[in-house]
Ligand binder design. Structure first.
Ligand code: GTP
Length: 212
C-alpha cells in the first residue's frame, strides 16, 4: 500500500464521527422494530429479547460518515426508567411512544424528568394504526415543543426512509450540540487569553507612562 493510500485511510478514520444513541420507551412501543428497521431496512414483527442490546452501524449522514452505537433498551415494565448508566453513556435519546398507547406517552414524560440536558428526538410509532389511536398528533407536537426537540410520527411496520430520518435527525442534533460545546470552550479559552493579553498590555503601557 502506498503512503498516500495509508494517509487517505487515516484521514477517513479520523473524520468518522461517533454518535451514541439510547432508544428509550415503554415496553412494546416498537423500539426494537425501529432500531432493526434502521440497521437492516427490514421489519421484524416479533423481536423477542429479554435484555438491552447494543449495535454498531456505520452510515452516511448528510454525506459524512457516522458510526452509530445504538442501545435498544428493554424495560421490564412501565415503572422501569432508563438507568443512570444508560443516560451517562448516551450522547442523545430517541424517545419512543406508540400512538395507540396512552400509557407509553405518559412513560415519556416520566423518563424525561430524569434526563439531563441532552439532544432528543420524540417519535410516535405505530402510525399505521390510526384506527386505534389514543394519542393525537397535536399532543406529540406540544410535548416536543415543550422539550424543544424534533418530533415525527412513523410506522416501523411500513416505513424505511422515514425511520432512517429519525435517527439521522438525532445524529444532527448530537453533532450540533458537540460543535456548540467545542465553540463555547474555545470562546472561554480565547476570552481568558484576551483578558491576559489586555492586562499585560495595560501593565506595560502603565509602566512606560511618565510618573507625575
Ligand atoms: N402495527 C404496528 N406494529 C408495530 C410497529 N412497530 C412495532 N410493532 C409491533 O409492536 C410489538 C412490539 O414491538 P417491539 O419492537 O418488540 O417493541 P419494543 O419497544 O422493543 O418492546 P420491548 O423490547 O418489550 O421493550 C411487536 O409485535 C411489533 O410487531 C408499527 O409501526 N406498527
Amino acid at each position: 500500500m502506498t503512503s498516500n493510500a495509508i494517509r487517505g485511510i487515516r484521514r477517513k478514520k479520523s473524520s468518522l464521527s461517533e454518535v451514541k444513541v439510547a432508544v428509550v420507551g415503554a415496553p412494546g412501543v416498537g423500539k426494537s422494530a425501529l432500531t432493526v428497521r434502521f440497521l437492516t431496512r427490514r421489519y421484524i414483527g416479533e423481536y423477542d429479547h429479554q435484555a438491552e442490546t447494543r449495535y454498531k452501524h456505520e452510515v452516511l449522514v448528510d454525506g459524512e460518515p457516522v458510526l452509530f452505537e445504538i442501545l435498544d433498551t428493554c424495560p421490564k415494565g412501565e415503572d422501569e426508567l432508563p438507568s443512570n448508566e444508560t443516560l451517562n453513556w448516551a450522547d442523545g435519546c430517541l424517545l419512543v411512544y406508540a400512538i395507540t398507547d396512552r400509557r407509553s406517552f405518559n412513560y415519556i414524560r416520566r423518563a424525561k424528568q430524569i434526563l439531563s440536558d441532552m439532544p432528543l428526538v420524540l417519535v410516535g410509532n405505530k402510525g399505521d394504526m390510526v384506527h386505534l389511536r389514543q394519542v393525537s398528533t397535536e399532543e406529540g407536537e406540544i410535548l416536543a415543543k415543550d422539550y424543544e426537540c424534533w418530533f415525527q410520527e412513523v410506522a416501523a411496520a411500513e416505513q424505511v426512509q422515514q425511520v432512517g430520518e429519525v435517527f439521522h435527525e438525532l445524529c444532527r442534533e448530537v453533532l450540533n450540540a458537540r460543535r456548540k460545546n467545542k465553540q463555547s470552550l474555545l470562546d472561554r479559552m480565547l476570552g481568558n487569553k484576551a483578558t491576559t493579553v489586555r492586562t499585560y498590555a495595560r501593565g506595560k503601557s502603565d509602566s512606560s507612562l511618565p510618573k507625575d
